[in-house]
Design a protein around this ligand. Structure first.
Ligand SMILES: [Zn+2]
Length: 157
């Protein structure tokens, strides 16, 4: 969805709407799965050298737990969304859809744990991961970093 810079008044342009989950173009095995349309509210200013966008992003997702690898529902809500784009000298427009997609992907938690976000949930692999993180906190700086993912692979077999 192109926003034309010539249509942005000095007092800012307010836009509000939804994009379908398809804008994310993610593979089904991606740790992030959009679960419905995403909503945006944006106030856009076009300055000489930058374009600023601020407002709110929200939408339903399913995220993959970094420990047990199961997907859990996550309602994204970023009420203080703000972004800045460099303005090229001949630039006439920018794509709001791309900006919204990238900012969701940037703001969603990376390596989330299901029990941090789902009330009452006990992650079946939590003990395993915690055991290794405790070792990582050991004072000996020469000790190799434990391979948590390798341990998870062994667990699965
Ligand atoms: Zn989990």
């Amino acid at each position: 969805m192109d926003v034309f810079l010539s249509e942005i008044p000095e007092e800012g342009l307010h836009l509000e709407g939804e994009f379908p989950p398809a804008i994310f173009e993610l593979a089904t095995e991606d740790p992030i799965r959009p679960a419905g349309p995403v909503h945006y509210e944006a106030t856009i200013f076009a300055f000489e050298e930058v374009i600023t966008v601020h407002g709110r992003l929200s939408g339903p997702f399913e995220l993959q737990c970094g420990a047990c690898l199961e997907y859990f529902p996550y309602e994204a809500d970023f009420p203080h969304w703000s972004s800045e784009l460099d303005r090229e000298p001949d630039q006439e427009s920018f794509d709001l859809e791309t900006l919204v997609r990238e900012d969701f992907l940037l703001n969603l938690p990376s390596h989330p744990r299901c029990d941090e976000y789902v009330e009452g949930r006990v992650c079946p692999k939590a003990d395993l991961v915690e055991e290794f993180s405790d070792e990582a906190d050991a004072p000996d700086p020469d000790s190799p970093r434990p391979n948590v993912w390798g341990a998870l692979d062994e667990w699965k077999q």
